[in-house]
Design a protein around this ligand. Structure first.
Ligand code: SF4
Length: 336
């Protein structure tokens, strides 16, 4: 069967079936990309501690035959992950002390992070959660109810941020129920959702999911996560445009990553593509210094120099804020 026909059949499947068919084997991914393992600095030891996980919809955006593809670099387990870099640790943003049994992380005033699932559709090698025991926070229905009660009993909380893992991995039914429960809490002003799925698995944006969002009585803000313009394919565009047509506010956050988007042309093109498709470029994060991610680091000085050049090239509303997380800080810190 031809590769093209295989892909057509794959994309005809629903999102759960697409999720079940992600690449989890390096050789399969190499074969698909017409690359040999010898072309790449692959590390099986790195893959063992944090496995390869890539949806075909994301791999399909990679340039076949290019070992330096910026999307491949985001997901390929490589030898550099085994190097120790000074200042890198397993909990660089200080989430561990904030975790509670209910999956609620109450770090910032007025806002709570509500973690309902520790799973993701994709394993991003630069992720600060790669060493975090989020699987332990996989919520039972009882624990989720306890989390909702915590939010109900704290009138200072005006915003709930559904995060993870990826909250869009919840089933449509469970997601709808959760939004209904949160919508009944009077002091909540809005619900924010952080998800990489509209970018890496756009089939997730189902009719039922859109209904759950539009039936919420609270304004919904959806923050997607896209690091490079090549991630934005026609399926992603269709998903974003559908969300926008249904009144959902879309922002993007990306991470500044060496060898992926650490140049002015890549950052400008990302902002242009996002905006053309209804997504406001919002945050550009400096890397969280998690063990195994040092090779992605861009220094703060280099990042400021880059964003100044982006600012000179684009209108202000297309320039994301350069920010960083700092353990113990009362909010994200704006760098530029
Ligand atoms: S989708 Fe987000 S949380 Fe999941 S691995 Fe990627 S960066 Fe981390």
């Amino acid at each position: 069967m031809s590769e093209q026909l295989n892909e057509t059949l794959h994309f005809a499947k629903n999102w759960q079936q697409q999720l079940a068919a992600v690449f989890s084997n390096i050789d399969d991914l190499c074969r698909y990309l017409h690359l040999s393992r010898n072309d790449l600095p692959v590390s099986m030891a790195a893959a063992k501690s944090f496995p390869l996980r890539v949806p075909l919809s994301f791999a399909a955006c990679m340039q076949k035959g290019d070992p330096h593809d910026p999307l491949l670099r985001q997901v390929l387990p490589v030898k550099e992950e085994l190097l120790a870099f000074p200042g890198f640790s397993n909990d660089p943003v200080g989430d561990l002390p904030s975790a509670t049994l209910t999956g609620v992380l109450h770090k910032y005033h007025g806002r709570v992070l509500f973690i309902n699932t520790g799973s993701c559709a994709i394993n991003c090698r630069y992720c600060f959660r790669r060493s975090f025991p989020y699987a332990d926070l996989q919520l039972s229905k009882q624990a989720e109810n306890d989390g909702i009660r915590y939010i109900e009993e704290n009138p200072d909380i005006s915003e709930v941020i559904l995060s993870g893992g990826d909250p869009l991995l919840l089933s449509d039914a469970r997601f709808a129920k959760l939004l209904q429960q949160l919508s009944t809490i009077k002091h909540l002003k809005r619900i924010r959702i952080h998800s990489r799925l509209p970018i890496v698995l756009p089939a997730r944006i189902t009719d039922e999911f859109i209904s759950a969002l539009t039936e919420s009585t609270k304004p919904i803000v959806l923050i997607v996560h896209c690091n490079h313009a090549n991630e934005i394919n026609p399926r992603v565009i269709a998903a974003c445009q559908r969300l926008r047509r249904n009144g959902i506010t879309l922002f993007n956050q990306s991470v500044l990553l060496q060898g992926v988007n650490d140049n002015v042309a890549a950052l400008c093109e990302l902002s242009e593509q996002l905006f053309s498709n209804g997504v406001i470029p919002y945050y550009l994060h400096l890397l969280d210094k998690a063990t195994g991610t040092g090779h992605f680091d861009v220094s703060e000085a280099a990042a400021i120099a880059l964003i100044k050049q982006v600012q000179a090239a684009l209108p202000g509303y297309l320039v994301p804020k350069l920010v960083k997380e700092q353990a113990g800080a009362v909010s994200k810190l704006t760098v530029f």
